[in-house]
Design a protein around this ligand. Structure first.
Ligand SMILES: *Cc1c(COP(=O)(O)O)cnc(C)c1O
Length: 397
C-alpha cells in the first residue's frame, strides 16, 4: 500500500483528483455516494473573550471549537443523518462495539490562516484517500472523498474564528469513524458506524518548539507486524504502543522508535511519525526514509517531503535502514542528521538514540541544516509564505 500515485502534480483537488492515490479511494457501494449535511449551529457559543484567552496558549489537542460533524452509516441505508452541530459529549450504549473491539479509524490534518487572509487545508484529499484505505483494512464503510472534504470545509467555515492567526499555530482537524453496533458478539464487522470530525486549535506539538528529541529503540515491543494493521490509521495501533512509549519515558527518552516485528533490526517509525535519515552534507546531502513495507503508516508529510526535497536539490530514496547502519553511520559521520515528520509536529530533529545496549548522538545533537531547510520549506508553503507549486493548499474560506 503506497502513496505512489499521490506524488506531486498541481491541482490535486477535483476535478483532476491527482491526490487520490492508492486502492480504496472510491466507494464501492452506489448508495453511499450522496451525503448531505444539515447545519444545526450550536445554541450557545464560547464567548469571544474566552475564545481569545484559549487561543493565546492552546497547547495541543486540549481546546476544541464550538461545533463538530457527525454522520451515520448503516448497511441498509448507507450514509445518512449527516450534520454539523454543537460540540459535545456522545451518548453510547456500554455494549457499543468500538468500546470493546476498537473498530475505529482516524485522520489528522491542519487548517492554516494564511497571512493574505484565506483559511486553507493541507492536502485534504490525501487524508480522504488514506481514510478509506484504513476503513477497508478495518472492515468499515467507505466515505466518498468529496463528503470527507466537505465535512472539513463545513466545520472550518462555521468555526472560522477558531483558526489561530499566531505564527506556527493552526487548527488541527480530527476526522474519525467508530463502530456503533451494540452487542458483544464478534462474528462480523459492525453493520453500523458513525463518522465524526472535531477541530482543535493548537500551537507547537512538542513543548518548547523545535527541540531535538531523544529516542528509545523498542526491542521488546512491536508496533505492527506483517499482515497486521500498521498501515491503517487506527486507534489500536496506538493502544498497543503505549507500553513502549512508557518504556521510552522511563529511560529518559521523549519518543519510542519502532523496529520491524520479525528481525527487530530494521527501523520503521518514531511514535506517530515517519523517519528520515540525512546522508552527507551541503550539496552532497541526500535523504533516505524506510520504504512502505505494509507495516508503516504512509504519512502525508513523508510523501510531501519526498516530493519537495528533489526540487531543493536533495535526492531521496526509500530504503531499509538497520539499527546497526544507523549507529555505524553516525559514528563514521556518513549519517549527518535524522528527523521525524508528521502532521502534528511537522518535522522534529532526533538528537540522540538510546537502547538496551547503549546509545549514541546524531551529528552534534542539534537541528541540522537539511532538517531546518526542509521544515522551513514545508511550513512556508503551508502558511503561504512560499509559493505552492504542487497545488497542496486547499482553500476553505
Ligand atoms: C499519522 C501517522 C504518521 C504521520 O502521518 P502524516 O500524514 O504525515 O501526519 C506516521 N506514523 C503513524 C503511526 C501515524 O499514525
Amino acid at each position: 500500500m503506497t502513496m505512489g500515485t499521490d506524488r506531486g502534480g498541481p491541482g490535486e483537488s477535483p476535478p483532476q483528483g491527482h491526490d487520490r492515490g492508492g486502492p480504496g479511494g472510491s466507494p464501492p457501494q452506489g448508495h453511499t455516494d450522496e451525503v448531505d449535511f444539515a447545519v444545526h449551529p450550536a445554541a450557545q457559543l464560547v464567548p469571544a473573550a474566552e475564545r481569545e484567552r484559549l487561543l493565546a496558549d492552546p497547547g495541543f489537542g486540549k481546546v476544541f471549537t464550538d461545533h463538530m460533524i457527525t454522520a451515520e452509516w448503516t448497511a441498509e441505508r448507507g450514509w445518512h443523518d449527516a450534520q454539523l452541530r454543537g460540540y459535545g459529549p456522545l451518548s453510547l450504549d456500554p455494549a457499543t462495539q468500538v468500546l470493546h473491539y476498537s473498530q475505529e479509524i482516524f485522520e489528522g490534518l491542519k487548517a492554516y490562516r494564511q497571512e493574505t487572509g484565506p483559511v486553507v487545508a493541507f492536502r485534504p484529499y490525501a487524508n480522504a484517500a488514506r481514510f478509506n484505505r484504513s476503513a477497508a483494512r478495518m472492515a468499515m464503510p467507505q466515505l466518498p472523498e468529496d463528503a470527507f472534504v466537505r465535512a472539513l470545509e463545513l466545520l472550518v467555515t462555521q468555526d472560522r474564528d477558531w483558526v489561530p492567526g499566531r505564527p506556527d499555530h493552526s487548527l488541527y482537524l480530527r476526522p474519525f469513524m467508530i463502530a456503533t453496533h451494540v452487542g458483544l458478539g464478534v462474528n462480523q464487522p459492525s453493520p453500523s458506524c458513525r463518522f465524526l470530525v472535531i477541530a482543535s486549535p493548537g500551537g507547537g506539538y512538542f513543548h518548547g518548539g523545535v527541540r531535538p528529541v531523544t529516542v528509545w529503540l523498542s526491542e521488546q515491543y512491536s508496533r505492527a507486524a506483517p499482515g497486521g494493521t500498521g498501515a491503517a490509521k487506527t486507534g489500536g495501533n496506538y493502544a498497543a504502543a503505549f507500553a513502549g512509549q512508557q518504556q521510552a519515558l522511563d529511560n529518559g527518552c521523549d519518543q519510542v522508535v519502532w523496529l520491524d516485528a520479525v528481525e527487530h533490526s530494521w527501523v520503521e517509525e518514531m511514535g506517530g511519525m515517519n523517519l528520515f535519515f540525512v546522508y552527507g552534507s551541503g550539496t552532497d546531502a541526500s535523504i533516505v526514509t524506510p520504504a512502505l513495507t505494509g507495516t508503516l503508516l504512509p504519512g502525508v508529510t513523508r510523501d510531501a517531503l519526498l516530493t519537495l526535497a528533489p526540487d531543493l536539490g536533495i535526492p531521496t530514496e526509500e530504503g531499509r535502514i538497520s539499527v546497526a547502519d544507523w549507529r555505524a553511520g553516525c559514528a563514521s559521520g556518513e549519517i549527518t542528521e535524522v528527523f521525524a515528520c508528521g502532521t502534528a509536529a511537522v518535522i522534529t530533529p532526533v538528537g540522540e538514540v538510546r537502547g538496551a545496549t547503549g546509545g549514541w548522538t546524531v551529528g552534534d545533537g542539534t537541528p541540522g541544516p537539511v532538517t531546518t531547510r526542509l521544515r522551513d520549506q514545508l511550513v512556508g508553503i503551508q502558511f503561504g509564505h512560499l509559493p505552492d507549486p504542487y497545488g497542496w493548499m486547499h482553500k476553505i474560506c
